[in-house]
Design a protein around this ligand. Structure first.
Ligand code: UD1
Ligand code: UDP
Length: 374
């Protein structure tokens, strides 16, 4: 009887999943004499996923190409569950790997469960304890914990959250967050700057915003704050790679496109974005990944949200929740611009989210403790 290799199916679909799954894919490829790796993208994001596939040189085995302009949660979910269930039927994996808290991740977990295939959840155990913030991600994560057999938790607080919810200690593995692997992989490469912005001032603030909870009035407030910051503070410009979601891109362009000191640019390739983070004076963002990366680079990050599932950076004193009220955002930014002691306090480099070895740990655990046993 020929020895049949176990099949690992890795599913992802959005920009952050690609960045955080890429190191896992690379680590699993190194073990290709142990398992067959099949990669499947839903392409819930088309353009900003492809940027990452190019950068990490990943050619998906299956590309479902499901993105539609301004897609809704129900339509995306329905399409993804049908298509991913077909993938499960065809591939018949021994384990499915998903990452994070997107619709793609949650639905891949569900489709895998329907096929009675165990799910390994990368970045398990993040919680805000507020079901509508972030929406729908907080509930996606909880559903994924229920759907998953193996929980790859990035930090001790994520492990604790899973234990508190009754998940079995033997199925929880503290690995660190694979985003740090990706960041270190990219930051160590020789980089030739490709972005040419006409920056006139000595400092720039790098910003991103895309969260569903910030659609409507909050994103307008955020834009108002950006306008006020550049108008009131000499020597400061803002660089804003705008997320392609029309619920964000339209109000942002409407409110900010006439501002000389605010550079609205298309989403950056990860290498370029890392370069821009490294050189920024400070960062304002509602992104999950950016909250994890900025501390490693020693950049203060002001989080444009009311809650965070990543308390480690706040506890380390390098991130601060500032919400979405314009006056509060402006005051917090000016505090860091005008008070050097405060700025220095938030500018040290810390790595509460991982040591860059998370993906190797996941590959090892899969090999030695999960697939080896089955
Ligand atoms: C999704 C995730 C969110 C994650 C974010 C990262 C869910 C529910 N939300 O939110 O957790 O933080 O991705 O960016 O899964 N679009 C394009 N081109 C692209 C990508 C998006 O045009 O390459 C536009 C399309 O009109 C698309 C819309 O953005 O319909 C929204 O994309 P979607 O993935 O549904 O939501 P995000 O807000 O990006
Ligand atoms: N990012 C990028 N280019 C950009 C903006 C962000 O490469 O123009 C990276 C960023 O470094 C982080 C990830 O994308 O690793 C975050 O993705 P996003 O904000 O879309 O999602 P979230 O992290 O909030 O789920």
């Amino acid at each position: 009887m020929p020895h049949l290799k176990k099949k690992v199916l890795a599913v992802f679909g959005t920009r952050p999943e690609a960045i955080k799954m890429a190191p896992v894919i690379k680590a699993l490829e190194k073990k290709n004499n142990h398992f067959d790796l099949i990669t499947c993208v839903t392409a819930q994001h088309r353009q900003i996923l492809d940027q990452m596939l190019n950068l990490f040189q990943i050619k998906p085995d299956i590309d479902l190409d499901i993105m539609e302009a301004n897609q809704t949660l129900p339509s995306l979910t329905a399409k993804a569950v049908t298509r991913l269930s077909e993938v499960m039927d065809n591939v018949k994996p021994d384990v499915t790997l998903v990452q994070g808290d997107t619709t793609t991740a949650m639905v891949a977990g569900l489709a895998s469960f329907y096929g009675q295939t165990p799910v390994g959840h990368v970045e398990a155990g993040l919680r805000t304890e507020n079901r509508y913030n972030p929406f729908p991600e907080e509930i996606n994560r909880r559903l994924l914990s229920t759907l998953s057999t193996f929980h790859f938790a990035p930090t001790q607080s994520a492990v604790n959250a899973l234990l508190a919810e009754g998940y079995c200690q033997d199925d929880i593995f503290m690995t660190g967050n694979t985003v740090i692997d990706a960041l270190l992989m990219i930051a160590s490469r020789e980089y030739k700057p490709r972005i040419s912005l006409d920056l006139q001032e000595s400092h720039y603030i790098l910003v991103t915003a895309h969260r569903r909870e910030n659609f409507g009035q909050p994103i307008k407030n955020i834009c108002k704050a950006f306008k006020e910051i550049v108008q009131k503070n000499k020597g400061i410009e803002i660089v804003y790679p705008v997320h392609p979601n029309p619920n964000i891109a339209e109000p942002v362009r409407k409110i900010l496109s006439d501002q000389e000191k605010i550079h609205l640019i298309p989403p950056l390739e990860y290498e370029d974005f890392v370069f821009m983070m490294k050189n920024a004076h400070l960062i304002l963002s509602d992104s999950g990944g950016v909250q994890e990366e900025a501390p490693s680079l020693g950049k203060p990050v002001l989080v444009l949200r009311e809650t965070t599932e990543r308390p480690e950076a706040v506890e380390a004193g390098v991130a601060k929740l500032v919400g979405t009220e314009a006056s509060v955002i402006v005051a917090e930014v000016e505090n860091l611009l005008n008070n050097d002691a405060e700025y220095q306090k938030m500018s040290h480099s810390v790595n509460p989210f991982g040591d860059g070895q998370a993906a190797d740990r996941i590959a090892r655990i899969l090999n030695d403790r999960i697939l080896g046993k089955r």
